[in-house]
Design a protein around this ligand. Sequence first.
Ligand code: G
Ligand code: G
Ligand code: MN
Ligand code: NA
Length: 253
Amino acid sequence: LKTESFLYKALKKEEFHLVYQPQVAGNEEEVIGIEALLRWNNEELGTVSPGEFIPIAEETGLIVPIGEWVLEEACRQNKAWQDQGFPPLTVSVNLSMRQFYHTNLVSTIAEILYKTGLSARWLELEITESMAIHADEAVAILKDLKDIGVKIAIDDFGTGYSSLSYLKKFSIDQLKIDQSFVRDINSDSDDNDIITTIISLGHNLGLEVIAEGVETKEQLEFLKKHGCHKYQGYYFGKPAEAEIISPMIRKQE
Ligand code: G
Ligand code: G
Ligand code: MN
Ligand code: NA
């Protein structure tokens, strides 16, 4: 309850900030994208994890203004990197269910892109399989998002309860293999099968596939061997403030 009342004031009091985690591709392990992750520090509560406050923000509807702030801040930072001469990257932003189905989502995103000057192709929205529950509506929203040019990724892929048929109907660009499958790569043969299946599924449907939660060289080698080209995880870098991430993005010559 205390968390809820503090959450109402958090935006105004500028208690939120974003951290960024690199996403890398290819043998050069070049940074090609960044996931933006929300952090909240409150004077009295200390650091509250998103796992704790996002569900409250969802219930109260606060996720809509908070989510808008996240989108704008992530786009602003990404444009700043481009203006500083770093090679262009995709910034990925997590959307929650309530935000996804909010009437103003598409126009809000269009406005934020206009305001920050970021080109739509450098913004990726992460949704989860569970958001496909209102299938017809979701198809329409995703089509509108595609029309403005942003990318769509399915986060935590493989953990949701959903029919695979939506993958063909939805305008999506990327599957993110859930970290639970990556965690046990070198011990659990079931997870190995799931990973190789997701990679082929993605490739067969013409989608990019990124593995999350990559922590070891063994996991990376396995993923590479099976044709996964993009990775994210502590092995490459933990989520960190923009200033810490900047040196990881190679400067253009
Ligand atoms: O960063 P961390 O691992 O603590 O994130 C925990 C959970 O919170 C993850 O499921 C992540 O997707 C979610 N999360 C982090 N930042 C945001 C955000 O800006 N918006 C939404 N909706 N979820 C977020
Ligand atoms: O649900 P989502 O995939 O958005 O959640 C991302 C969360 O996963 C972030 O909170 C981030 O801190 C966490 N994360 C990122 N890389 C790793 C990793 O290599 N290992 C573990 N255990 N967590 C990670
Ligand atoms: Mn995510
Ligand atoms: Na995930």
